[in-house]
Design a protein around this ligand. Structure first.
Ligand code: UT7
Length: 346
């Protein structure tokens, strides 16, 4: 095992969103809803939907390759691939194994992480631990989802919310100052069934009956989830900032899980934190679960909202109920920023 290091930095980032756009007006033709209701209750105007040949693995691979290219690395430089997803291509093999094949990496260990919308943040925390312990030098952390395949497009309370996409970062060992400053992860099973997908697992295997009753679709108690989300995001974010030895006033940009603009605004209000320092792109992608934070991070950088030395707070919340937050100082060099700009956000 190599010498443990303390510095874990984001050296690469990238994202991918499918080209098919599903607008609120399209949903008006599918369920009893309307653009005004969706925008006022969620902030979402449109979301991306995977094409017939796209899967979680294929989107994750594109985002992953973009992150590796931004870092100025080759696929074989990656020691470990961690994929946060709740919509794996298969129950087995892991989707991360398929991503390894797709990106042409011959040497990494690869595994999926199941933490729903917190999957990317949990993956980041896990990658951090591998690097800080000396077990890995470069870790590819991906969040990718094909939620459209688990969405009941006759249920107006859920089908308006979700979208597909992928985002990734490369975490690298380095002794330079900055990088990851504080991490918080929580799981509260008291809300385990607020958002769940009952069918297809070992407890309720897929049968013709379970399929006919729609057990293979996501179910959600929206209002209860909303309240838990605001509370938990706030406490998790605050804990990560504290672990970094900082104060909320030291944070330059918050990149939160993009579930609902009202949740993000309520979070900012509860923390007395200005919305001007919060990145929001939920209007164009909806809730992409584990993909949402890295997709937002990629767009925030492309939009010029992140510069060297900035302190970023990423925070997520999801089924489980899981929550996680990462406090980090952005240290990407100008060459990486230029490579990312050439690739584009998503
Ligand atoms: O990644 C984390 C996972 N999920 C979340 O973070 C989601 C958290 N929850 C939410 O974002 C919100 O609860 C929703 C957007 C899902 C719903 O908003 P809400 O303000 O909590 O609405 P509601 O469920 O209390 O429904 C209000 C009304 C109901 O009608 P009645 O009973 O008042 O007549 C619903 O039937 O709105 C109705 N409704 C709709 N109307 C038009 C529900 N969905 C729709 C719709 N279009 N799509």
């Amino acid at each position: 095992m190599a010498r443990p290091v303390t510095g874990v930095h984001v050296t690469g980032w990238g994202a991918y969103a499918p080209s098919l756009v599903l607008r609120n007006v399209d949903l008006e033709r599918m369920v009893d809803t309307n653009d005004e209701w969706i925008v006022s209750r969620t902030g979402i105007s449109e979301r991306r939907i995977a094409g017939p040949d796209e899967t979680t693995a294929s989107m994750a691979a594109v985002a992953g390759l973009r992150a590796i290219a931004t870092a100025g690395l080759q696929p074989d430089d990656i020691d470990l691939i961690l994929l946060g997803t709740l919509s794996p291509d298969y129950v087995m093999p892991s989707t991360a194994a398929l991503v390894k094949e797709a990106i042409g990496n011959k040497r990494a260990a690869a595994m999926d992480l199941y933490a729903a919308c917190s999957g990317f943040v949990y993956g980041y925390a896990t990658g951090h631990a591998y690097i800080a312990s000396g077990m890995a030098k470069h870790v590819l952390v991906i969040g990718a989802e094909t939620l459209s395949r688990y969405t009941d497009f006759s249920d107006r309370s859920t089908c308006i919310l979700f979208g597909d996409g992928a985002g990734a970062v490369v975490l690298s060992a380095s002794d330079e100052p900055g990088g990851t400053l504080g991490i918080e992860m929580t799981t509260d099973p008291s809300g385990a069934y607020l958002i769940w997908l009952p069918g297809g697992g070992a407890a309720r295997p897929a049968t013709a009956t379970s399929h006919a009753s729609g057990e293979h679709y996501m179910k959600m108690k929206g209002t209860e989830t909303f309240k838990m989300a605001v509370r938990t995001l706030g406490s998790t974010a605050t804990a990560a900032v504290k672990k970094a030895g900082l104060d909320l006033s030291d944070v330059d940009l918050v990149v939160p899980h993009q579930a609902n603009n009202r949740i993000i605004e309520a979070l900012a209000k509860s923390l007395d934190f200005p919305m001007a320092k919060v990145f929001v792109n939920v209007q164009r992608y909806g809730n992409t679960s584990a993909a949402s934070v890295p997709l937002a991070l990629s767009e925030a950088v492309a939009a010029g909202r992140v510069k060297k030395g900035d302190r970023l707070l990423m925070v997520a919340f999801g089924s489980g109920l899981t929550s996680g937050a990462i406090m980090l100082q952005w240290t990407a060099d100008p060459a990486a920023m230029a490579r990312a700009a050439a690739i584009g956000p998503a």
